[in-house]
Design a protein around this ligand. Sequence first.
Ligand code: B3K
Ligand code: ZN
Length: 886
Amino acid sequence: TSVIHRSDYQEPAFWIDSVDLCFDLDPAKTRVLNKMKMRRNPHVVPQALRLDGEELNLSRVLVNGQGTSFKMEDSQLVLENLPAGNDVFELEIFTTCAPAKNTKLSGLYTSGDSFYTQCEAEGFRRITYFLDRPDVMASYTVLLRADKSKYPVLLSNGNLVEQGTLDDGRHFAKWVDPFKKPSYLFALVAGQLVAREQRITSRAGKEHLLQVYVRPGDLDKTEHAMNSLMASVAWDEARFGLSLDLERFMIVATSDFNMGAMENKGLNIFNSKYVLANQATATDTDFGNIESVVGHEYFHNWTGNRITCRDWFQLSLKEGLTVFRDQEFSMDLASEASARAVKRIEDVRVLRTAQFPEDAGPMAHPIRPDQYLEINNFYTVTVYEKGAEVVRMQQTMVASGPSDPLGREGFRKGMDLYFQRHDGSAVTCDDFTQAIADANPDSKLAQLLPQFKRWYSQAGTPRVKAVGSFDGASGTYSLTLSQSCAPTPGQAVKEPFVIPISLGLISADGSEVASSMHVLTQESETLTFTGLQAEPVPSILRGFSAPVILDFAYTDEQLLALLEHDTDPFNRWEAGQRLALNRMMAFISQDALAVADMKLDARYIEAMRSVLRHPKLDAAFKELALTLPSETYVAEQLDVVDPQRIHAVREALRAQLATALHADWEWAFEAHHENGAYKPDSLSSGRRALTGLALAMLCIAARTSGDTVWPGKALQRFKDAGNMTDRFNALAALVTSGSDLAAQALQRFHAMFKDEALVIDKWFALQAGATDRGGNILPIVKQLMTHPDFSMRNPNRARSVIFSYCSANPGAFHRADAAGYVFWSDKVIELDAINPQVAARLARALDRWKKLAEPMRSAAREAIARVAAKPDLSNDTREVVTRALS
Ligand code: B3K
Ligand code: ZN
C-alpha cells in the first residue's frame, strides 16, 4: 500500500443502492452473505469493479444469481465481466471471518463472550468485500443468526423488524436502517447484555426509546450515561433544531475498544470508560467525560451521519464540527458563567498541551490533511480539537453586532443552510464553510472566506506578536500585531491567516477602558486607541479567540493587574499561568542554578494567595489557576528540552507553593468540604477539585517538613471517602508526595476494587504516572506488567500502564540511560503485532525527539530507528516512525 493524496479523489465507478447482509455468528468462523444491488456510476468511464477486503475467506461470488469470473489484486476483489449499461445488477458474496482472532479490534471481533464491530475508518472491509469509502451510501438490511443462550441480544442499525427462533437452539433478528449510510457507520452487537431503557417524547412530539446496553451487573452504572443522552437529545433540538430521527437509539458499552466511542447509526458502541459510572467507581472527570462523549456521538447523528464526509481527507468536517458542538453542549449544561469559563480553559489546555506539539512536530498536518498512508493516524487532536477551534472562529466571525455578539444566531442560520443543502449526502469542508458564509453574506467570514480557508490547508500554529506603545501627550495607545507561522513538513512558506482577536484594555485602577474584536488579516497591523489618561494593560486574545501563540512581553505588574482585574476569565487564568511560566523558564535556563536555590518571589506567592483566598472566584477556577503549567507545555516553550530538569523545576516550585501557602491550603481544604449527597455538577465538582489539590499540596509540604498529620489525614480520607473523586484524590496525594503510607493505601485500593476493571485501570495509571524518584518508575512499570491483572491485549489496560509512563510521565520516561526509550521500542513492536492502531498511538510518544537535549536526543533517534527497522511493521506504525525520522 502506498500514500493516498487528497488531490487524487475520484467518484466511485459503481454505486451500491442496497445491501442485504446475513450473519451466522460464530467466534471461530462467522459466515457472511452480502447481497448488493449495484449499478455503474454514469459519470465515470466504464471499468472493472474493485471491492476492498481484508483478512476474509472468500467462498462464492454470484452476479444476478450466476457464477462469475473474478480475480484478486492486492487484497481487492476485481470483477471485470459485469453487465454493461446503467441497469441495476445483483452481486452476492459469501465470505467467512474469524472474530475471536481479531486482535486489531477493527471489523467484527469478540470481547469476552460478545460480538462487536468497529468499522470507521476502514473496518467494514474486514467483514465483507465492499466499496469501503464514505461517499458510497446504501440502504442496509441485516439478518443476524446466533446461538440463543450465548447471544440472547442481537443488535444492528435502525429498527428491529422481525425476530424468532431457529433450529438447534439458534435464533434470529432482522434490522432495517431507514437511512442510507456509508459502510463505516455499520454496526452489529451480539451477546448477553442488559439495558437501561428510557422512553422520551421530543419537542416535536415524537416518541423514542433510548437504551444503554451493558453487561449484567453494570446496570447500576448507567444512570449518568442515560441522563447525558437525554440532555443531548434536548440540547440539539433547542440549540440547532435537530431532532432524533430514529424510533430507537442505542448505546452499547464494551471493555475492549481502540478509542473512546463510535457513532454508528442508531447503535453507538462505546468504550465502557465513557459509559459506566457511579459515585463509588468514577471521578468527577469521568462523569464530565461521559457527558461530552455521549453528547459527541449523539451529535454525530446529524453532523457526520445525516451529512457525512466525501472522503477521509474531509474528516474534520464531521469531527471538528462535532467537537465544537460537544464543547458548547457541556458549556450550556454548566449554566453559571464561571463554569463555562472553566470548561473553556480546560479545552484550551488540551489544545495547547497536545495539539500545539503535534502541529510543531513531524506529524504536523492541516485540519484537512493532503495525504496519508494510514487514515487511522489522522484521528488527531489537530483534526478534532484544532478543527473545533476553526469552527468556533467561524461562529465568532458571523457575529452581527449587539444583537448577536457571539455569532450564535448567525452560526445557527449557517447550520440550517448546511442541512438544507446537503442533508443525505457526502460532502467536503468547503461545502461547510460556504454554507456558513452564504447564510451570513454581510459577515466578516463571508468577506474573508478564501483567506479564512487557509486554516483548512495550512498546518502549524500561527504566532501573533503584539507590541504596545503609549503616547502620553496625545493619550494614544497603539498595539502592533504581527503574525507568522513556522514551516511544517511539506509546507515551507505560509500565507497570512485570518485571526479573530478579542481585545480589552484595562486601566491602572483596574477598570476596562476598551473592548473590541479585531480580525487580523495582514502580516502586520497597528491598532490605535485614543482618549486614554495613562498606559493601559492590553488583554489580548480573550476567551482564546483563535488557536494561536500570543507573544507579548508582559511585565509582572501587567500580569498581576490582569490576574486581579480582567473581566475575561480566560485571560485572568492566563495571566497567572504566564507569571508561573516566566519563573519556570528563568530557573530552567540558568544552567548552573541548583534546584535548591530556585526561590519563588514573595510577589508571586502573594498573588497566588489572593487567588486562593479570593471571596468571589469559584473553586474550580482556583484549582486551575493554582495548578502550574504542565511539563509538556513548558517543554514546548523551549528549543532544547531536558525533561528531567523541567520536572525538577516544576516539583521544586510546587513544593514552595505548598509550603508558603500552608495555612491557605489548610483553609481551602476545610472550607470546601462537600456535605450531603454526591452530585457531579460543576459547582460541587469544583469544590472537590480544590480540596483535592489542597490535600496534595499539604502532603507535598509534609514531605519537606516531616509532618505526619496531613499524610495521616489523607489516608483517613482515602478510607472514609464517600465517592471516588475524594478517594482517588487522597490516594493520589499520598502517591505523588511519596508518602510512606502510599503502599498500604494502594494495596487496599486494589483489594476494594479488584472486580472493577475501570478502577483497576486508574490504579495502574497512577503508579505508572507517579513522580520519578531516582529512576524508580521504570522498574515499577515493568513490575506492573507482570501483575496478573495486566494484559497487553486490552487497550484500556495497555494504555493505563504503558501510555501513562511513555506519554504522560516525561520526567520519568526521558532517562539519560535510554532505558525508557528501549522499553518504548519494545512495547511499540510488541503491540504492533497485536493491534496496530494502539501501537501507532504509542509510537507518537517520541514525536518531539529532535528537541531533546543530548544524550536523550541520540538515544531517542536510535530507539525510533530500531522500530523502523522491523520489516513487517503495520502501515500505522510505519507512517509514524518514518515521519519521525525524516
Ligand atoms: N468517529 C469515531 C472515531 C473513529 C476512529 C477510527 N480510528 C469516534 C468519534 O470521533 O466520535
Ligand atoms: Zn467524532
